[in-house]
Design a protein around this ligand. Structure first.
Ligand code: FAD
Length: 475
């Protein structure tokens, strides 16, 4: 029986554990966090200490690519999530109120999402993995290096833990997330290593959790899974969660000194109230806060792939955030993690031998899964950060040439044009390749026409007004 060892027991590691156990592998997960998971989703929200997964406290949108994979490939997890109170969201039935034509389209069946807190999602995954035969989950085990074959072709044969123990394996899956040391571990043995590119996503998030006191939506759900906007110096989004919870997140430039005060609860609330699309959600009769404000920065768009001439090392398979991270604003991490891990399990089913061919095929899969989204994120973030920096500095960017369309202009057009909305939704949900969106002649034409059709449907305060309300509320 193939012994598969997984480094990291968060989303990607747990999905890998389930998928490789399904292949009949003997699976061991080594997770550095020693804390046991609480029994209930309420305690998972309030008490689960996951210091190595700080994004546990941030809003998560669980996109259609991942939701569909969960339903099709891990139905027990999907059912358990719904049973635990996660919402099933059909974007085709929740089109923005500003669209004139809301006639259903057959392709809408793919536009499904899960509305859940990240803690609920991970708890249910962990519970499923713990009850599955063939999976051993070991908490408090930190991997600090690899073992390699001492003769014959280069190959990873297991890991070394923090206390110096070696754990042998036929396959090692690195699901240790965006701070993975995998490249350094390969380098220690003089083995081929992936090339890494990383660029700041130029955004810091401030997030607060709430419990809704009424089942009716407090305001328009222009994003289906919630409500939100991307304006000229900040973004603000409300995400529907499980069990009547929701979160509100703001994203601002990391060096936006004046809005750092968003981490103060009163300042955060003042910013929500100043943003018309979000304001109704925090009325005292509508919702109560159930967390402090959680801030998170230091976010990169990063990609670690082998170069064309490199020979990937057999027996070592990095997955998900250990390969690629993209700005969380796009809500893709979990979808891409599921697509990558389940694609890898299919690949290993076809090529069970952990040899050079398997390693080369796995490197190809990683490139196909992540590169288009990484490039899209880098391009969009550069344009968005340029606009935000200009606004913060009190400047105005020159208008775009008429033939240039950007994520921002497509998103604006999607509020009033159902064809653009569907194409954007499919791209945002990681169902369609992002490059196609900007190259499609029909979309280009529709975006240009929509651009001339009037002011944005959901305005936001200008820079001076927002800074003023935040400053005054922060005292
Ligand atoms: C602010 C923020 C918001 C996000 N929002 C969204 C969103 O809206 N939608 C979405 O789809 N995605 C979102 N993501 C991305 C998403 O959280 C990740 O893509 C997803 O969690 C998959 O991560 P992972 O399992 O690869 O890594 P992680 O979740 O980071 O887990 C890594 C695991 O490895 C363990 N580990 C690390 N090193 C070792 C070691 N040496 N030995 C043993 N164990 C180790 C850690 O303890 C941890 O449990 C967001 C991310 C951030 C940062």
């Amino acid at each position: 029986m193939t012994r598969t060892l997984i480094i990291g027991g968060s989303v990607a590691g747990l999905v890998a554990a389930l998928a490789f156990a399904d292949l009949g592998h003997d699976v061991t997960v080594l997770e550095r966090d020693a804390n046991e998971a609480p029994d209930t989703v309420a305690l998972a929200h309030s008490d689960w200490q996951r210091p190595t997964v700080p994004q546990m406290h941030q809003s998560h949108a669980f996109g259609s690519l991942g939701t569909n994979l969960l339903r099709d490939r891990l139905p027990a997890v999907h059912q358990a999530l719904v049973a635990a109170g996660a919402r099933e969201i059909e974007l085709g039935r929740a089109m923005p109120p500003t669209l004139a034509d809301k006639t259903p389209h057959p392709s809408d069946a793919e536009l499904r999402m899960i509305g859940s807190r990240r803690s609920t999602f991970e708890l249910i995954l962990r519970q499923e993995a713990l009850r599955r035969p063939g999976i051993s989950f070991r908490r408090g085990e930190t991997v600090r290096g690899l073992t390699v074959a001492d003769r014959g072709p280069a190959r990873v044969t297991g890991v070394v833990t923090k206390d110096g123990r070696s754990v042998a394996a036929d396959l090692v899956i690195d699901a240790s997330g965006r701070r993975s040391q995998g490249t350094e571990w390969l380098r220690e043995h003089g083995l081929a290593e992936p090339e890494q590119v990383a660029q700041s996503a130029d955004i810091t998030y401030y997030t607060r959790y709430y419990r809704a006191l009424s089942p009716r939506p407090a305001g328009p759900l222009n994003r289906g899974f919630g409500a939100g906007g991307l304006w000229d110096h900040y973004t603000g989004v409300m995400f529907l969660g499980d069990n009547d919870t929701f979160t509100i997140s703001f994203g601002v430039l990391p060096d936006d000194t004046e809005l750092k005060a968003l981490r103060i609860e009163d300042a955060f609330t003042a910013a929500v109230r100043a943003t018309p699309l979000l304001a109704p959600w925090v009325s005292p009769e509508v919702a109560e806060p159930i967390s402090p404000v959680h801030a998170m920065g230091g976010l990169d768009n990063s990609l670690r792939l082998y170069g064309q001439d490199a020979q990937p090392v057999p027996g070592f398979l990095p997955v998900a955030d250990a390969v690629c991270t993209t700005n969380p604003a796009y809500g893709r991490g979990v979808s891409l993690a599921l697509a990558h891990v389940l694609g890898l399990a299919d690949l290993v089913r076809e090529h069970p031998e952990p040899d050079a061919e398997q390693a080369a095929l796995a490197a190809g899969l990683a490139g196909r899964t992540f590169r288009p989204w990484f490039e899209d994120a880098v391009r969009n973030d550069a344009g968005r950060a340029r606009l935000w920096r200009a606004t913060v500095a009190g400047q105005q960017l020159p208008p775009l040439p008429p033939d240039v369309i950007t994520f921002g202009t497509v998103a604006e057009a999607a509020a009033t044009d159902e064809v653009v909305w569907r194409r954007l939704a499919r791209t945002m949900m990681s169902l369609d390749n992002p490059a196609g969106l900007y190259e499609d002649e029909e979309i280009r034409l529709r975006v240009k026409q929509a651009g001339a059709s009037g002011p944005p449907p959901f305005p936001a305060p200008d820079r001076a007004s927002l800074v003023d309300v935040v400053r005054r509320a922060a005292g």
